[in-house]
Ligand binder design. Structure first.
Ligand SMILES: Cc1cc2nc3c(=O)[nH]c(=O)nc-3n(C[C@H](O)[C@H](O)[C@H](O)COP(=O)(O)OP(=O)(O)OC[C@H]3O[C@@H](n4cnc5c(N)ncnc54)[C@H](O)[C@@H]3O)c2cc1C
Length: 530
């Protein structure tokens, strides 16, 4: 056996898992496709990329030294700073010596004879280990739009998650942005500042809420450091590990004045409050959802001068909060600028990309640059890109036909010794908080195996059926599960991703942790261990 454990991915999950397994005394190898650490923050270098989680609630919490030393300079850290932070963490714990970069994993096959995984890289190199830990990210497999002619464009073009490492200058250029999800919104509001002209191609508008970012000076950072225990405690207690948590009241039970008061307050406050800190019925009660959607629509109408453009920017096919809410900084005002125009591609579809630009059913637009903010094959995409085969040679992709089936979002029946970090059916929310918990849980399980001389860990059919049913039941009644989005497994740019699935655990993070803690406390008796 070459290693005790192979971890795929050197993002926030992979880095922390490496540290913990190293502390257990394991020989660990991390395989990473990129040339550096950071995962999401290594790849997504597009203009305006930043957190929507408050920086100090997003960073690692496990090391007092990191908390004491690191200064977040903004409430919502921009990508270059976050990448610097993750490099600082990698250096501090000397992580790089166990990470192999430029190493994309093409296949991982389980071998029952040796109870180990054989991992093959794209360049043919093979490595073996007892434990295989996937830390491959839930938003790490970018998707390009299915538009003919994409390759024919003669200008510069780029997906936001494959952005060049060199600075890109937009001054005087005719730029197109395709896509208006969370990434598109961040890109558009930044590019509009300097581009000669910016044309936004929008299929589905999203309900965006203000970010209200601000700088953090020395004094404020000192004050934040004193509050770290309180900040992380709050993240432990809230539904989705954010600083925000739903208001216990129902929108439909309070007066109009009370509703407006909370909404005005949330709209004026920082971060995900409008989404995560709203009345508790807005994501389950159609009437409550219609009321809050109406409030958000009024805001858009107030902020966008041309009423026709405002109407195009107001979502009609989903209510507020039922898809991932992009946070914005003067996004709507961008459409008041003379250099910005909006093309609704439901009205005038894109027919093809041409050597000089974009041809819609109504016109030909010439561009110097096309930016594809077309998102990711979310949650299961990075798994689908690896030929993962379990006991008996069964493919994971086949196993997950019709939707993923997991035990606690960590294990899969017939795939012994494979442990997933941030896989399907696990608690997400403010993700690093969930990552730290999952890494600790996986480390506990591997420690248990080591202490008891166990070399094979597998989920049982009953355990998987029970957890998968539980996850499905939790999703019932949620308005978000009635909407097409990456959270329900829909991606029109990928063949076969046109049927809604339950890929996401939508219960509370505390309930998720309680369940996992109980499994550990019970000696993992729900698992098949030998
Ligand atoms: C633009 C953007 C903004 C976001 N903002 C927030 C936010 O505000 N708050 C929040 O909580 N979350 C946010 N997220 C989600 C974010 O992905 C997580 O917070 C977090 O970074 C996940 O870390 P990870 O290590 O699990 O995965 P990732 O950071 O995705 O890292 C996975 C790594 O695995 C590697 N990999 C994948 N497949 C292979 C393979 N086959 N072989 C080798 N290597 C492979 C990838 O190269 C990548 O480096 C955002 C995501 C994006 C894309």
């Amino acid at each position: 056996m070459d290693y005790d454990a192979i971890i795929i991915g050197a993002g926030i999950s992979g880095l922390y898992q490496l540290l913990r397994l190293r502390e257990l005394g394991l020989r660990v190898r991390v395989l990473e496709a990129g040339t550096g650490v950071g995962g999401t923050w290594y790849w997504n270098r597009y203009p305006g990329a930043r957190f929507d989680s408050e920086s100090y609630s997003y960073g690692y919490s496990f090391s007092q030294e990191i908390l004491d030393e690191w200064h977040w300079t903004e409430h919502f850290s921009p990508q270059p700073e976050t990448l610097k932070y993750l490099n600082y963490v990698a250096d501090k714990f000397d992580l790089r010596r166990d990470i192999q970069f430029k190493s994309r994993v093409a296949a991982a096959h389980y071998k029952d004879a040796t109870r180990s995984w054989e991992v093959t890289l794209e360049n043919g190199e093979r490595l073996r280990a007892r434990w295989l830990i996937t830390a491959i990210g839930l938003l790490s497999a970018p998707t390009m739009p299915q538009i003919p002619g994409v390759e024919s464009f003669k200008g510069q073009s780029c997906h936001t998650a494959r952005w060049p490492h060199e600075p890109v200058n937009f001054a005087g250029k005719r730029v197109a942005v395709v896509g208006t999800g969370a990434t598109g919104v961040q890109t558009i509001q930044e590019v509009a500042k300097t581009a000669g002209s910016l044309t936004v191609f929008q299929r589905t508008p999203n309900w965006c809420a203000p970010l209200h970012n601000a700088r953090i000076g020395e004094d404020e950072m000192r004050e934040i450091r004193t509050r770290y225990p309180e900040i992380f405690q709050r993240c432990l207690e809230t539904f989705a590990c954010f600083l925000h948590t739903p208001d216990p009241r129902k929108a439909v039970k309070v007066t109009e004045a009370e509703r407006e008061a909370l909404w005005e307050k949330l709209y004026a406050n920082r971060g995900f409050g409008m989404w995560q800190g709203n009345f508790r019925d807005i994501l389950v009660d159609r009437k409550a959802n219609a009321l809050v959607s109406d409030f958000m629509a009024r805001k858009i109408r107030q902020r966008v001068k041309d009423p026709r453009v405002a109407e195009k920017l107001i979502p009609k096919n989903h209510g507020f909060g039922t898809r991932r809410v992009p946070l914005e900084t003067k996004y709507y005002e961008v459409y008041n600028q003379p250099n910005v125009s909006l093309v609704d591609i439901k009205e005038t579809p894109i027919e093809r990309i041409t050597p000089t630009g974009v041809k819609t059913s109504a016109a030909e637009h010439a561009f110097d640059m096309i930016i594809y903010a077309t998102g990711f094959d979310a949650i299961t995409g990075a798994f689908d890109q690896i030929d993962i085969r379990g006991a008996g040679g069964l493919g994971l992709k086949d196993k997950w036909q019709g939707g993923p089936k997991t035990y606690l979002g960590v294990l899969v029946e017939d795939f012994p010794n494979m442990l997933m970090l941030m896989g399907p059916h696990t608690a997400l929310g403010n993700i690093p908080r969930s990552i730290e918990y999952s890494v600790e849980w996986v480390t506990g399980l591997i420690r248990h195996a080591r202490d008891h001389g166990l070399t094979r860990i597998e989920a049982t059919a009953a355990g998987v059926a029970d957890w998968t049913d539980h996850v499905k039941a939790l999703g019932e009644g949620l308005l978000s599960n009635e909407i097409d989005s990456w959270m329900t497994g829909i991606n029109r740019n990928i063949e076969g991703k046109d049927t809604r699935i339950v890929a996401r655990y939508s219960g509370s993070a505390p309930a998720y942790r309680a369940r996992c803690d109980a499994v550990a406390a019970g000696g993992y008796s729900d698992l098949a261990l030998s």
